[in-house]
Design a protein around this ligand. Structure first.
Ligand code: MLT
Length: 357
């Protein structure tokens, strides 16, 4: 790698070093490794706390293990990079992992707990961004906006096809029943936006109460699996907002898709692992389900990679690249929250938003 590409800059009274980790200036400062692309304001904020900040976007899991040990970093900030047990076991003096986002499924939290390392996240900071994308995907399912764009790019005018209405074309979202599965920060933002579109929202979650649903301007959709299937059965569209956990893995399976109305819309901006994609593909092909997907069962963890998955290639699937949280507003909010978590840890020893307290 070209050493000239590496540089270090002094920011305020401390140092923020963007470089090959092996080449980093050694110092007694506490080290923070940032293993993914991270807003500059976040890097500067961490450096401003007096840390030596080693920014290494795209370092990858294998290299990360080596660097954590050799650098004796105390704090690790990750977005998409996987942090499995094999990395945690060799992590030297690591005390805190901050997930610069909401989901922590790319981190082996159990292994971190066993090693006394705290894992903290930034819940809610990107909720609006993800909800905005969910609404976009819902609109794509109804109005087939990407298909229309492709035709125009190919030099074709096709109002004959895209002027179709009803099952073969667009239905209109107003008055549709939208099943919202999961009512955390993102689910709540989706409910607000869907209500503004005139949709009738029914909300399901393991912990929701009728009072909570009413406060969200939604109908209570229940808390158990039979209620989830009933929700699938009555909804014109479904938007899913659940974390990936043992209890949610492949929750959206053949039984669920069999229960959905023919031609209904299924939007997933949460995690690919909660959906049985083979079952979803079958539902798309046999009962005309349209899907808006930002996440996939076997998606790459790198920022750029080949991706030959049959699901996003199907007609009726509108796919994005796990970019739900990728707005400037959201990433700035996540960066500020990350800095706040590290600051509180540094100054008080307290772990904010700790998922393994
Ligand atoms: C999240 O868990 O907050 C999002 O998936 C974040 C992201 O894409 O970084």
């Amino acid at each position: 790698m070209d050493r000239g590409a590496f540089f270090s800059i002094a920011i305020r009274q401390t140092r923020y070093i963007q470089c090959d980790l092996a080449w980093a200036i050694r110092s007694d400062l506490v080290k923070v490794i940032v293993a993914d692309k991270f807003e500059r304001v976040g890097l500067e904020g961490l450096a401003g706390l007096g840390f030596e900040v080693l920014s290494q976007p795209g370092i990858g899991t294998d290299e990360l293990a080596k660097h954590l040990a050799s650098q004796n970093a105390e704090v690790l900030v990750v977005r998409s990079t996987k942090v499995p047990a094999s990395v945690i076991e060799k992590s030297g003096s690591l005390r805190l992992i901050v997930r610069a986002g909401a989901g922590v499924d790319n981190i082996d939290v159990g292994a971190a707990t066993a090693k006394g390392i705290k894992v903290c996240n930034c819940p809610g900071m990107n909720a609006v961004a993800v909800a905005e994308l969910a609404m976009g995907l819902l609109l794509c399912c109804d109005r087939r906006i990407p298909d229309q764009t492709f035709e125009l790019r190919a030099g074709r005018w096709n109002k004959k096809e895209f002027g179709k209405t009803g099952a073969a074309g667009a239905r209109g979202l107003k008055g549709m029943t939208l099943g919202v599965v999961g009512v955390g920060a993102i689910g709540q933002e989706v409910i607000r936006r869907a209500t503004a579109f005139g949709m009738q929202v029914v909300a399901w979650s393991r912990g929701i109460t009728p009072q909570h649903a009413a406060a969200l301007n939604a109908e209570f959709g229940g808390t158990d699996t039979p209620a989830l299937l009933a929700l699938a059965n009555r909804s014109d569209a479904i938007s899913v907002h659940l974390p990936l956990a043992d209890t949610t893995k492949k929750l959206f399976n053949k039984t669920f898709f069999d229960a959905m109305k023919p031609g209904a819309y299924f939007v997933n901006t949460s995690r690919g692992g909660i959906v049985d994609e083979a079952a979803l593909r079958e539902a798309i092909q046999t009962k005309g389900i349209r899907a808006g997907l930002d996440v996939y069962e076997f998606q790459p963890s790198e920022a750029e990679a080949g991706f030959e998955s049959p699901t996003p290639k199907l007609p009726g699937v509108y796919g994005t690249h796990h970019s739900g949280a990728s707005t400037e507003q959201a990433q700035l909010a996540v960066a500020h929250e990350t800095v706040r978590i590290v600051k509180v840890f540094h100054e008080t020893g307290r772990f904010e938003n700790c998922v393994n307290a």
